[in-house]
Ligand binder design. Structure first.
Ligand code: SAM
Length: 424
């Protein structure tokens, strides 16, 4: 979502005549789009801001903008320790960046808009400067109505706002006309999408009908909103890829309840069973938090058991990080940092073994690969419909093409293969 927001701001600035620069040292304007999900992300932002302070001391004409979740969370208090910032915009005001930049240049004072009531979709979709020429992100909904105890997102992005399905379809049609073969629909809880009479399965069906689209992906799904209609859509719609990111966070019912995730371990497993019943080949990835307040060794072991039971194809693992304004902040962050790191190490080691096994099962298969990277030395890579990365030998002009690859080897994070049919 943040990548897509940055693409939209970059495109908007380019549509006003600015050019992208490779380095902050040469830029007239640097915009930092911030993430507040974990403390680590905000620390990175503080370091970047420090570097820009030094740069601005050498080049006082440099303008600096800060936008996104940290800007929304901290508001004008951020400016007290960052007086070198010229533009400050919240999560719903990115469309105002060019205007505020002009204002700051004219007045010499910081220009601010952190009004969350503004229209989050005000940037015209056609200006987006898509960073990946093969897969385009399309925002379907913004914000989140859930109340997960650990998560700052509802506070930074506000409640759910869904884009009209017509606008989403029109954007996808435009992208296909510009040569994109694959789109990924985005939302904090994308499968909670509902607008007028269109639910998420209905949205998938409408986008699936866009002529010329080859692959349709979406992220992130919340287990509570997976239903039979969504499972059937994944199975039936020809362009919907058989891959789903479905965070489970913890295998312990006590922790899940304290997290206010809205499901038990068994309900999560039942959801996976429903999906696999409809689409047995579905690839699944997930998010896990270790070291949540009060998480005992036995509760952590329950998380490891869910990994064993489900067998995920990918996993994003996080050490719990206390965030401002969240309800979990009232709980004592009592799992020591080195114990959180140990638990992360255990789940990651376990997951790597599992992924290797899942990937090894692909050896001997023929896979359709959309080529995404070429290194110039004859090595190319791309993704299968299941989102697995495949490396193989091939010419650079395969970039952006669909090819058939025979899988010859597998590691925990990717597959190796041999090109068997060039372009189709
Ligand atoms: N909206 C999505 C959802 O709720 O499923 C994902 C949002 S978040 C950017 C991605 C992941 O970061 C979450 O699924 C969670 O595992 C992790 N996360 C969020 N808040 C966290 C926190 N305070 N500490 C550690 N990990 C966190």
């Amino acid at each position: 979502m943040n990548v897509n927001d940055s693409e939209r701001v970059a495109g908007l600035l380019q549509s006003r005549g600015l050019e992208a620069s490779d380095s902050a040292a040469e830029a007239d304007f640097v915009f930092l789009n911030t993430c507040a999900v974990r403390e680590k992300a905000t620390e990175k932002f503080q370091h970047s801001l420090g570097r820009l302070r030094r740069l601005k001391a050498q080049r006082p004409d440099l303008r600096i903008g800060v936008g996104g979740c940290v800007a929304q969370l901290e508001g004008e208090t951020l400016l007290e320790r960052a007086r070198h910032v010229d533009v400050l915009v919240g999560t719903h005001n990115l469309h105002r960046v060019p205007e505020l930049l002009d204002e700051a240049a004219a007045t010499g004072r910081v220009a601010v808009d952190i009004d969350r009531k503004a229209d989050a979709f005000a940037i015209p979709e056609e200006v987006t400067a898509h960073g990946n020429p093969v897969r385009a992100f399309v925002t379907a909904m913004e914000g989140c109505n859930h109340v997960c105890s650990f998560c700052v997102v509802p506070r930074t992005r506000g409640p759910e706002v869904n884009r009209p399905p017509e606008a989403i379809v029109r954007e996808v049609e435009g992208l296909v006309a510009r040569g994109f073969a694959e789109v990924m629909l985005l939302g904090q809880t994308v499968n909670a999408y509902r607008q007028g009479g269109t639910d998420f399965a209905g949205l998938l069906a409408r986008v699936d009908r866009v002529e010329g689209l080859r692959r349709l992906r979406f992220t992130t799904s919340h287990p509570e909103h997976v239903d039979a209609g969504m499972a059937a859509a994944i199975r039936q719609l020809p362009r919907v890829c058989p891959y789903l990111h479905l965070p489970f966070q913890s295998g312990s019912d006590r922790v899940l309840s304290s997290m206010r995730r809205g499901y038990t371990r068994q309900q999560y497993l039942d959801t996976v069973a429903l999906l696999r019943d409809q689409a047995p080949e579905l690839a699944l990835s997930s998010d896990v938090i270790v070291g949540y307040p009060g998480e005992t060794e036995a509760e952590f072991e329950e998380t490891v058991r869910v990994l064993e039971t489900v067998g995920f194809d990918g996993l994003f693992t996080f050490a719990y990080s206390a965030r401002p304004g969240t309800t979990a902040l009232r709980l004592s962050d009592d799992v020591p940092e080195d114990e959180k790191r140990r638990r992360l190490h255990v789940v990651n080691a376990h997951q790597q073994q599992w992924q290797r096994r899942r990937n090894e099962a692909c050896i001997g298969r023929s896979e359709e690969v959309l080529v995404e990277t070429v290194d110039g030395g004859g090595r190319v890579s791309g993704r299968t419909p299941h989102f697995r990365i495949v490396h193989f030998d091939g010419p650079a002009d395969l970039f952006g093409q669909f090819v058939t690859v025979e899988i010859t080897g597998a590691g925990p994070n990717s597959l190796q293969g041999r090109l068997s049919q060039a372009v189709h």
